[in-house]
Design a protein around this ligand. Structure first.
Ligand SMILES: *[C@@H]1O[C@H](CO)[C@@H](O)[C@H](O)[C@H]1NC(C)=O
Ligand SMILES: *[C@@H]1O[C@H](CO)[C@@H](O)[C@H](O)[C@H]1NC(C)=O
Ligand SMILES: *[C@@H]1O[C@H](CO)[C@@H](O)[C@H](O)[C@H]1NC(C)=O
Length: 377
């Protein structure tokens, strides 16, 4: 039978729940545990080297703020013998972030194909234990210039950070948020993310048509996007470089949006109706026309590059979608350009295809070099 000397007892500070990183507004309890038999203790606390907390074995921080960040340690003082104290515990660091977190939602795939399911993933910054997830469908709300959110079936407080949707057939938007703790603390809603339907596999109540009807457009073209369906009110949306944009129509007449294209108009486009419908979606690619047209009689060399690296062999070259060179050479040389060489050129390498480039032919002159760089690696 042995008595542990007081000054050898080491209290332990624990956080309950056990999260060392929390957000402003969350509730957490800092607890001092002393394993020293039946002894009754008074508690001394030190937070950021300042002794100011009450004489209790636990300290509940309700609606934390950044002033609660810091190092916490405690020691015990015997109630019956006030000069007998334990050692100081090790410090426990609590960090309270000022900003409300906004989770990032990813949706895959981006484009629907028949029978494929859609997987949503919700990622919280500073991930730590204890989040549950809420999953919503985004419903276009034209009066609010945004979306309203409808909880998906079984989408309330899931333990998993992913959610799978089966049988999705039309363009849809999704949003997530996370929550944890008691009382429950909620993050902001994520930005909406989308899965697009080109509309070729199902009949949709709304669709988007592009005129002129081609994949590729050139800067300063005039392109019109028409929202079709039995709805009176529309807006056109664009998603580009991971961001959602409102319509960039310079004029919206009825359900038709007119754009004078610039390179920044490249993106995925769709319509949203006043009654909350999404239309089919289209890719629009805008590229600049070469500033200097090629002169008749000139020699032209067309090459193909992957990002910044030039490809030196086994490139297939196409003129107006017709294969014109499929050997081991990496370049297409035209020694004397004629008017019939005008048109769209693209290249293909290792199963991947560049965007089309337009070559125009004028008057007469010398040496020209043209480069493709439309590859997506
Ligand atoms: C608390 O969390 C930390 C780090 O996540 C872990 O090392 C520790 O064992 C946890 N403590 C308890 C009591 O669960
Ligand atoms: C749109 O472009 C993406 C990426 O280039 C592609 O995966 C997708 O199939 C295209 N969709 C349509 C309908 O062309
Ligand atoms: C269009 O919608 C209106 C009102 O919802 C409905 O009365 C009408 O029958 C619809 N027309 C067509 C062609 O679907």
């Amino acid at each position: 039978y042995k008595i542990t000397p007081m000054n050898l007892i080491l209290p332990v500070v624990t956080l309950y729940p056990n999260w060392s990183e929390i957000y402003g507004g969350e509730t957490i309890t800092v607890r001092c545990e002393i394993h020293g038999g039946d002894t009754e203790w008074d508690y001394e606390w030190e937070a950021n080297s300042i002794r100011k907390l009450p004489n209790l074995n636990e300290y509940r921080i309700i609606s934390a703020s950044s002033s609660n960040s810091g190092n916490y340690r405690c020691k015990g003082r015997m109630k019956s013998s006030q000069h007998e104290t334990t050692e100081w515990s090790d410090s426990v660091t609590l960090t309270v972030f000022h900003n409300k977190p906004r989770p990032v939602l990813t949706v895959s795939p981006s484009w629907l194909s028949p029978g494929a399911s859609v997987t949503l993933n919700c990622e919280v910054e500073h991930p730590s234990a204890g989040w549950s997830f809420y999953w919503y469908k985004a419903v276009p709300d034209l009066s609010e210039k945004s979306y309203s959110y409808e909880l998906l079936p079984g989408g309330s407080g899931t333990a998993q950070d992913s959610y799978i949707i089966h049988g999705q057939t039309h363009t849809a938007g999704y949003v997530c948020r996370a929550g944890r703790g008691d009382p429950e603390y909620h993050t902001d809603h994520s930005q909406p993310k989308f899965v697009w339907s080109a509309g070729q596999f199902v009949s949709l109540s709304a669709s988007l048509t592009v005129s002129p009807d081609r994949v590729q457009h050139f800067t300063s073209d005039s392109v019109s996007l028409t929202c079709e369906g039995n709805f009176t009110e529309w807006r056109v949306r664009k998603f580009s470089d991971g961001r959602l944009y409102s319509s960039n129509c310079w004029r919206m007449t009825g359900s038709t949006c007119n754009i004078h294209t610039s390179k920044s108009d490249t993106g995925v486009y769709w319509c949203e109706s006043g009654s909350g419908e999404f239309s089919s979606a289209v890719n629009i690619t805008v590229q600049s026309i070469p500033v200097h047209p090629v002169t008749e009689g000139a020699s032209v060399s067309l090459s193909c590059s992957l990002r910044t690296q030039k490809i030196l062999s086994n490139v297939f070259f196409y003129h107006n979608d017709k294969l014109i060179q499929n050997d081991t050479r990496g370049e297409l040389k035209i020694s004397a350009v004629s008017k019939s060489d005008e048109g769209f050129y693209k290249c293909q390498y290792s199963g991947r295809e560049s965007a089309q480039s337009w070559m125009s032919v004028k008057g007469e002159q010398d040496q020209n070099v043209m480069d493709f760089n439309g590859f997506h690696a």
